[in-house]
Design a protein around this ligand. Structure first.
Ligand code: AMP
Ligand code: ZN
Length: 324
């Protein structure tokens, strides 16, 4: 196991801060060395505290957890599987996996998610885009979205995850977004001054109307490196296969850039996130009105305009097909 290319958590020769045993991980931003067992406790306590701090599970009955099969959402699955029965008894968890039909990628992660859910005895809802919607994400390559395929895929995932969570009767939709994801998005939005979008980046997005499920991000304060260590500590399967459609994406480049900044300014991500949440957000929340949602005239789901962005997107694929 090597963590040297994961700045922030790496193998070191030191003693565990809590128990004095040989440490397995060094967490730079917290200036802490921990053994494997204390790291797992530290991680789970931190996830628990995030959930409590932002009241993510207040009055919740059923959590739909979106699992992509990557280290973040698998770690979240494991942590919630441990934390919920003990700390939030009575709350159900069900898993959603969307098979996006990306060759050499989707089927591999689908197998991982299927086998983990079977091992854990958790209900899994697999949503196969090809079977259910009659298209796959690579179809966007043949549309004007070609160079912005990650954006189109994001719209598909956001829309379907909410719809499936609603249909299975969940009152929370949990995703594995981590601190690295959030700072990457914030970095771009602050750079562009997109205040309307900045105000939406938060740990919990409470439902404001029917068919819109409350979204929670319990790993928002965990770094990608911490999630990797937790996944490895629990021997969760880590494929490490990247989406072939996202190679060299602008998002990947920004993440690299932020890792370079973090190397020079340890704790950069935490500082950026905390300043956003504590210093900037209170002003923005008062100044920016949340846009009113209406019902999509095509699918009936919540939408910002007459036809929702998902229906518009899918109609492009269908039009493209008809023209061929
Ligand atoms: P990404 O948009 O790929 O950065 O993923 C962010 C989060 O969205 C993941 O941690 C998962 O919770 C969820 N997610 C991404 N892809 C899928 C998928 N194919 N099926 C279910 N959930 C997903
Ligand atoms: Zn629609």
């Amino acid at each position: 196991m090597k963590f040297n290319d994961f700045r922030g958590v790496k193998v070191i020769a030191a003693k565990c801060r809590f128990c004095g045993d040989a440490a397995a991980y060094r967490i730079d931003h917290a200036r802490m060395s921990l053994c494997r067992s204390c790291f797992m406790k530290y991680y789970e306590r931190k996830v628990y505290r995030t959930i409590v701090k932002y009241e993510m599970l207040r009055n919740a009955k059923k959590v739909a957890l979106a699992v992509s099969g990557g280290k973040d959402s698998l770690s979240l699955l494991k942590a919630l599987h441990r934390l919920i029965p003990e700390n939030f008894p009575g709350i159900e968890i069900e898993i959603i996996y969307i098979d996006l039909g990306i060759p050499g990628y989707s089927e591999k992660y689908r197998k991982i998610v299927e086998s983990i859910c079977e091992n854990f005895g958790i209900t899994l809802h697999v949503y196969d885009l090809r079977l259910e919607e009659n298209y796959v994400v690579p179809d966007f390559q043949r549309t004007a979205f070609k160079s912005r395929i990650c954006g189109a895929c994001g719209t598909v995932k956001r829309y379907l995850l909410n719809k499936i969570a609603y249909e299975i009767g969940a009152d929370r939709l949990a995703t594995g977004h981590n601190l690295d994801d959030i700072t990457e998005v914030l970095f771009e939005l602050y750079l562009r001054g997109s205040v309307k979008e900045i105000v939406r980046i938060k740990p919990v997005s409470w439902s404001t109307r029917d068919k819109l499920v409350t979204k929670i991000k319990p790993l928002i304060e965990m770094t990608e490196a911490e999630n990797l260590c937790y996944a490895l500590s629990n021997e969760l399967p880590i494929l490490g296969v990247r989406c072939p459609l996202a190679e060299n994406s602008r998002m990947a480049k920004r993440k690299k850039l932020i890792s370079m900044i973090e190397r020079e300014v340890p704790g950069f991500r935490h500082t950026f996130y905390k300043s956003h949440l504590k210093r900037i957000m209170p002003y923005l929340v008062g100044a920016i009105q949340e846009p009113a949602l209406i019902e999509c005239n095509s699918c009936g789901m919540p939408s910002l305009s007459e036809t929702c962005s998902y229906c518009k997107l899918v109609s492009k694929i269908r039009r493209n097909r008809a023209a061929q």
